[in-house]
Write a protein that binds this ligand. Sequence first.
Ligand code: HAM
Length: 431
Amino acid sequence: MEQIKNVKGTHDIFGEENNAYESVESLMKSIAEMYAYNGVRPPVLEYNSVFVRGVGEGSDIVRKEMYTFPDKGDRLLTLRPEFTAGIMRLVVQNKLYATSELPIKLYYLGPVFRYERPQLGRYRQFNQFGVESIGNNSPINDVEVIALAYTILVSLGLENVTIKINTLGDEASRENYRKALREYFKDHIENMCEDCKSRYELNPLRILDCKVPEDRPIIDKAPLIGDYLSEPSKIRFEQVQDALSTLQIPYEIDEGLVRGLDYYSETVFEFHYTSKAGVDYGAIGAGGHYGKLMLELGGPELPGVGFSFGIERIVSVLKDDGLLEDIKPSLDAYIMPLGDESLLVGEEIAVLLRNSGGYRVDICFDKTKLGNMFKRATNKNAKFAVIIGEEEIKNDSVIVKNLATQEQLSVKIDDLIEKFDELFSEEETQE
Ligand code: HAM
C-alpha cells in the first residue's frame, strides 16, 4: 500500500533531536520559574475572532497564514498562530487580573500553526516558548522580560545574540506615524503589490512588512516612527535603554523594526542569531509591549509585555554551532546485567536507584557483549556503570564503575543508595 507522509511544513521530532527539544524546553521553563513566572496551557483551538481582534486584520498572519475552518456546528475556529492573544483571552475570561499584585507572570510552551511557505527555519507547525507579564506599565518591566529572554539564550550557550530594539510609541505617536505613512505612500501605492494596497487601507504600518523585492526600494525610504514619537514615548524608550545598560544587556536600536502583529505599542524587540558558519536564521525570538490587547478582547485596559522563542530555530542554531552536547541529558547510571538471571536483579536495582535514590537510570535489556554495553553507556552520557555478573548475584553485590575515571568498586546492594549518594556528593564538590 502507498505510504502516507507527514503534512507539508510539519516535522517529526524523535531520537537525539527530541532530547535536544526536551533539554532546551526544560532550561527555558526553569529560568522562567527563577524569574517567578508560572506555567499556563491555553487550548490550541480558539474562536477565530481572538486572533482577528488580537493580532489584527491587517497583519499577514490573519490575512494569509491562519488555519481557520468552521466546525460541525458552523463556528469559525482557528489553530493558534501564536500564543499572546489566546493567553490574554484566558486572563480576561478567568479574571486572573483580579489579584492583589500585578503583573501576572505567565509562561507557555507548545505548537503553533501558520500557513507559510516552508523553508529553512520556517514551518507550518512549529513550537514556541514564551512569557507574558500582564498588568504593569513600567519600562523596567519591559526590560525584565528582555533580561529573562537574554538569560535563557546565554544559558543555552548562544552568546553572540543581537538584540534589536525599537519603540512604536503610544497611540498618539502611532496615529501621527500612520498619517505620515499614508501621505508618503499616497503617490506610490498604485504601483505597489495588491497586498500593500489593502494594507494601505487597513493599517499602513503593515506595508513595512512587505517582502516583495520591487516594493522594497520605496518602503526603505519611508518615514521612520522615531520622528513621530510623543514626548512621553521618547522618555519611556530612553528609560528602557538606560535599564538595559544598567543590567549590562547589549542591544542595538533598529529604527525600522515594527513587528508584524498589530497589538504592539512602545517597546518592541527581536533576538537575531547568525550561526558560526554564517547561516542567518533571522529572528530566533521576538516580542514587545502591548497596551490595548486586553481591551480588544473585552477585558479592562491593562498593558502587558512578553516574548516568544521559536524552538525549531533555537535547536537548529544550537546544532549548527555544536552547542547541543553541553545540554545533552545524561544518565546517572547504566545497568549492565550479564547473563539471564541478572536481568531481574538489574531491574530491581534500577527501580531502587530511581525510586529511592532519585537517580536517572537505564538498563541494558538485550544480551550483548560487555564491550558493547560500555559503548552504549558512553553514548547515553552515563556517569556510572553498574555491572551485575554471576559472582555479584551470589554475593548480593554489584560493581560500580566511574566511566570518567575508570575506577571501580564492589558494593553490597543494601549499601548501594548510600554509596551512590556519597559518589555524587564527591562529584559535586569536584565540579
Ligand atoms: P513572532 O515574531 O510572530 O511573535 O514569533 C516569535 C518567534 O517564532 C519568531 O521570532 C521565530 O523564531 C518563530 N517563528 C515564527 N514563525 C515561524 C515559522 N513559520 N517557523 C518556525 N519558527 C517561526 C509572536 O508570535 C508573538 N506572540 C511574540 C510575543 C509574545 N509578543 C508579545 N508576547
